[in-house]
Design a protein around this ligand. Structure first.
Ligand code: HEC
Ligand code: HEC
Length: 289
């Protein structure tokens, strides 16, 4: 008797999922594809799973493996990659003086190729005060506390250009977020969220990105929902999409109220999702449909 209720709600949820699925078509990711940028820089798109973080994944796959050949090709050529425009705008902002202190990012940090190398691969991470911060928080903290400048909007053009530019400095490095020590409670919170069913459809992140990887949902080929490619240029939006913006979209698709970009909830979820991609290469700026 005790097992009846969960079993029933599971069946209900899968009925909802069935309504979304465009068919039983299963399209495997293309595991023969190699992500090589400009014929030079090889990016790891498959990484071993482990029993602690991703016990239910046989292997970790970048979202790139699930995309069409055309979309994949755009990311392999920096001239074709539309995200490079944002990277250039970010490089410009890096050297631009702003705020009452009369300083630019470069005045303190010098050459980003050196000072920001590897930073994206560790984000989000716990700051000196024990608070989990995303890259956007670090950037805005420097702006408001050190430069005397105004904070940028989380998904505004300046911020997404800057995070694109900063992420590019870690391109090809393996995702290596810290999940133990002071990060542990945040990671637990994020994991809890990942398995929570949201909205009228009662779907969790895991229902789609773990249980149904490889399936077609409407016109989309479901990936593992990794964030190693972020920030990403979405062809659909014709612009850069931040991690939290993407989370909002996915939660809204379950017809649920969503959390705000930059919220405690989304930063914790970001850490957990990042950890599911440990070992995958940072794509710097990816291209997605
Ligand atoms: C007045 C000096 C100063 C300015 C100007 C400044 N920063 Fe910082 N920034 C720091 C210091 C100090 C830290 C903390 C120590 C560190 O990690 O280098 C820091 C940390 C960071 C971090 C986190 C690095 C990490 O390893 O976790 C990022 C990202 C960052 N800054 C980006 C920027 C950006 C982007 C700008 C321009 C919009 C900027 N900073 C402007 C001094 C500055
Ligand atoms: C109803 C199914 C569904 C649910 C539930 C869902 N997503 Fe998604 N998600 C998608 C689809 C469809 C895409 C676009 C295709 C793809 O990349 O998988 C996507 C894409 C993503 C991407 C982009 C991956 C990339 O490589 O660009 C991330 C990250 C993501 N989802 C995270 C999440 C998280 C975190 C949750 C839970 C809060 C979630 N999703 C819930 C369907 C879902």
């Amino acid at each position: 008797m005790q097992h009846l209720k969960p079993a029933r709600s599971l069946a209900l949820a899968s009925a909802c999922v069935a309504a979304l699925w465009s068919g039983a078509a299963l399209a495997d990711p293309d595991l023969t594809a190699d992500l090589v940028i400009d014929g030079e820089l090889h990016i790891v798109t498959r990484a071993p799973s482990d029993d602690i973080i991703t016990p239910n994944l046989p292997e970790r796959y970048s979202g790139w493996l699930f995309r069409s050949e055309d979309t994949r090709a755009m990311e392999m050529d920096d001239f074709e990659n539309p995200a490079m425009i944002a990277v250039e705008a970010g490089a410009e902002l890096w050297t631009t003086v702003d705020g009452t202190a009369g300083q630019s990012c470069q005045d303190c940090h010098g050459d980003a190729e050196e000072s920001m190398r590897g930073v994206r691969a560790m984000m989000p991470h716990v700051n000196e005060d024990g608070v989990l911060w995303s890259m956007e928080n670090y950037v805005n903290n420097c702006r408001t506390e050190r430069m005397g400048a105004e904070a940028w909007r989380w998904s505004g053009d300046e911020m997404t250009s800057m995070t694109s530019f900063l992420s590019l400095q870690s391109r090809g490095m393996p995702v290596a977020v810290q999940i133990d020590g002071p990060a542990a409670p945040y990671w637990e919170q994020g994991r809890e969220m990942y398995y929570t069913r949201y909205g009228q459809l009662e779907l969790s992140c895991a229902n789609c990105h773990e249980d149904s990887t490889g399936q077609m949902i409407r016109a989309d080929h479901l990936s593992q929902g990794q964030i190693s490619g972020f920030p990403t240029y979405r062809l659909k939006n014709a612009g850069i999409v931040s991690v939290h913006n993407r989370f909002r979209g996915c939660i809204r698709d379950t017809r649920a109220e969503t959390f705000a970009e930059g919220s405690d909830e989304f930063r914790a979820l970001e850490l957990y999702v990042a950890s599911r991609g440990i070992g995958l290469g940072v794509e710097g700026v990816s291209v997605r449909p």
